[in-house]
Design a protein around this ligand. Structure first.
Ligand code: SAH
Ligand code: SF4
Ligand code: F3S
Length: 437
């Protein structure tokens, strides 16, 4: 009889891609993907714990599975990802949700096959978040669901220990894949018809550090030289490691998209220091200048945190000023969330919620006004977008241009996977509406 799996993903692109790896493992075990959770024989929650609300969200939804488990006793419920990988959380999850059958982490995702086979045989829950010595598994066969886009890991883990961040604790130390393996994976994907490749790592610029591997700019160059029509993106770049060499490579290789996600977090030097970001606002602006010297049309996006411990009104204003100066095309904005085990969690002067709320509202308003302004510049222009999907509700196809802007359009025929020229008629905040030309 056919067996079905259903995966729920929380968190970042890294997790989205890891869900594709989980799907690959389950497919190998004979399970078939299904949309309807109540039809599934195995449900996997791939969780995130970057902020408290991400964690609460996952906890709430795992709680709701109790009913499903009661109705369908044979169902296997598995919880993986960053949440169980936190110190003490796997035991905590098991205690709170005894009906969860498998608990695994980010370090041992590649062993999920063994855990499912074991669980199919035994009654007892399988709980394992073992470290496996930071092994890089090259055997996974991701079940990709995002054609024409494909994600490719280049590094795992993070060594930066930004004082607010849980990632180094749940993802382990930074390790780089062999360039040969990365290049072969991209070649294979391009050969299969994928049109956009995004290289993934917590800090892609430090690719190869501590090994005798090539540098990140050299890796990008090699990938950009692979034959075939495709776009190349990468994320995330840490400002401290962004180099002139990288800007040159971006300028010289047409396959590399002219957009850069360069998280600044704050515009205040006092806060940047307390965050352990290892650059000042002046250093950051200098990097932007270098980027624009080589790639003048580059769209820059960022991540911003408000309400970091000790953030004064002046610190916050410095953030607003920096945002205006850089003129970001868009940005992700977050309220600082205290994460147990991080350095910032023990800092005095945690900011009251009302103050953070006020600040985030002001920041979001500023970011939105910049985004709207950038979108308006598109009206009347022709842009090339890579069609990546169909929005059922809107009845429109959609895709992004090389700068990352989303464009919607009508099409009589299926356009997914095609490069399409759109004449932009209207800009709605972050997205564009155009006509195929
Ligand atoms: N490695 C990437 C992404 C890390 S997580 C980088 O360094 O940029 C994505 C974003 O979440 C971060 O850039 C940061 O803005 C935000 N973030 C991380 N920890 C946070 C916390 N404790 N509270 C609020 N935002 C946080
Ligand atoms: Fe977290 Fe900093 Fe590493 Fe990014 S670079 S994952 S923010 S510790
Ligand atoms: Fe990503 Fe969340 Fe983990 S942002 S690395 S899934 S904590």
């Amino acid at each position: 009889m056919q067996k079905f799996f259903h995966i729920v993903t929380y968190g970042c692109q890294m997790n989205v891609h890891e869900s594709e790896k989980i799907a690959g493992i389950l497919a190998e075990l004979g399970y078939v993907s299904c949309e309807d959770i109540s039809k599934a024989d195995i449900v996997v929650f791939n969780t995130c714990c970057i902020r408290e609300n991400a964690e609460n969200h996952a906890f709430g939804n795992i709680g709701m599975l109790k009913k499903l488990k009661a109705e369908k006793r044979g169902i296997i419920i598995a919880v993986g990802g960053c949440l169980p990988q936190q110190m003490g959380k796997a035991a905590n999850l098991h205690e709170k949700f005894p009906y969860v059958d498998i608990i695994f982490g980010t370090h041992n995702l590649h062993k999920l096959k063994d855990y499912v086979l074991l669980k199919e045989k035994q009654k007892k829950a399988v709980i394992n978040i073992e470290d496996d010595n930071g092994i890089i598994c090259e055997d996974d066969k991701p079940f990709r669901t995002s054609y024409p886009n494909a994600w490719v890991n280049i590094t795992y883990g993070c060594n930066n220990f930004c004082s607010y961040c849980i990632v180094p604790y749940v993802r382990g130390r930074e390790r780089s894949r062999k360039s040969e393996n990365i290049i072969n994976e991209v070649k294979e994907l391009v050969g299969k018809g994928y049109k956009e490749i995004t290289l993934l790592g917590q800090n892609v610029n430090s690719y190869g550090n501590g090994t005798d591997e090539i540098s990140f700019p050299r890796l990008l160059e090699k990938i950009a030289n692979i034959d075939g029509r495709f776009r190349l993106r990468f994320m995330t770049s840490h400002p401290k490691d962004f180099s002139e060499q990288l800007a040159k490579v971006m300028a010289d290789n047409p396959k590399i998209c002219h957009c850069l996600h360069l998280p600044v977090q704050s515009g205040s030097d006092v806060i940047l220091k307390a965050m352990n970001r290892k650059y000042t606002s002046a250093d950051y602006l200098e990097k932007i200048e270098i980027l624009k010297k080589y790639v003048p049309d580059c769209a820059v996006t960022t991540d911003l945190i408000v309400g970091f411990p000790g953030e004064t009104k002046e610190d916050f204003e410095a953030t607003l000023n920096l945002v205006k100066k850089v003129d970001y095309s868009s940005a992700f904005t977050f309220v600082y969330s205290k994460r147990d085990g991080t350095v910032a969690a023990k800092m005095p002067n945690q900011i009251p919620e009302e103050v953070s709320k006020q600040r985030i509202m002001e920041l979001v308003e500023l970011v939105n006004s910049l985004t709207r302004k950038h979108s308006q510049h598109y009206v009347g222009k022709v842009v090339e977008i890579l069609c990546e999907g169909y929005d059922e509700k809107k009845g429109l196809y959609l895709g992004r241009d090389e700068y990352g802007r989303m464009g919607y359009f009508e099409s009589e025929t299926d356009a997914i996977g095609q490069f399409v020229n759109l004449k932009i008629q209207k800009a709605n905040g972050v997205s564009l509406m155009g006509e195929r030309v």
